[in-house]
Design a protein around this ligand. Structure first.
Ligand code: C5J
Length: 223
């Protein structure tokens, strides 16, 4: 099917497409988590939750696999480089106890995906220690097993974990599409710049489209 994306139409087959929802977890989206500890306004990220929910629902209805990621570390921090933990002067560091349990640690409340976007039974959830979802995870193996060729991206933050994962995927040969209103940054200018970078130079990293456009093309194909 053909999506009227930017910078030019994207031809994709839902049967070989997956939606990757990046890091829609409480530590980035709710007050008291990792994002807030870095001094960020989390309300910007909260605002996209309904749009991401619509995209997930539309993809599920079209038979597109939905994969969720969470940035988090082992409780013993063996997978957290000291350079990551010690950088800057956040009010809470990775592994410190906070209002939602230990910050960015697997199994803690803060690492959980917000309830509105909870994974459905059987959906893949990737716990990732880095910004990119391919680094030190099984994501590539899952996509190879599923025969995936196209990836739709949503989630946070646009210029950090979303863009990093799109670049990793692009280098691995996937066609990548970013749903521009289903992603957000703490810095609106960085979001806008990331979107431009992704689709510049003839879709050098990938395509962009709004969630409504993606859902309409999926619904048309269903009808
Ligand atoms: C950040 C992310 N921003 N999920 N993580 O540290 O983008």
């Amino acid at each position: 099917m053909i999506l009227d994306a930017r910078p030019f139409p994207l031809d994709f087959d839902p049967a070989t497409t997956a939606l990757i929802v990046i890091d829609m977890q409480r530590d980035f989206i709710e007050p008291g988590g990792f994002g807030a500890s870095l001094g960020n306004d989390v309300t910007l990220l909260q605002a996209i939750v309904p749009t991401v929910a619509d995209l997930i629902a539309g993809c599920r209805a079209a038979g597109i696999a939905v994969i969720h990621t969470r940035e988090c570390h082992r409780p013993d921090l063996a997978d957290c480089p000291p350079a990551k933990r010690l950088r800057g002067s956040p009010s809470l560091r990775i592994g410190d106890p906070g209002p939602m349990g230990r910050v960015l640690i697997m199994g803690e409340p803060g690492a959980e995906i917000v309830p509105e976007l909870a994974p459905a039974p059987g959906e893949i959830v990737i716990d990732k220690p880095g910004k990119g979802a391919f680094y030190a995870t099984d994501l590539g193996a899952h996509l190879a097993r599923m025969g995936t060729r196209t990836l739709i991206f949503a989630g946070v933050t646009t210029e950090v974990c979303v863009q990093t994962t799109m670049r990793e995927a692009n280098d691995r040969g996937f066609d990548c599409l970013l749903a521009t209103d289903a992603t957000e940054s703490y810095f609106p200018a960085f979001k806008a710049a990331a979107i431009e970078m992704i689709r510049a130079q003839g879709a050098i990293v990938g395509w962009t489209a709004r969630t409504g456009q993606i859902l309409r093309v999926l619904e048309t194909a269903d009808a």
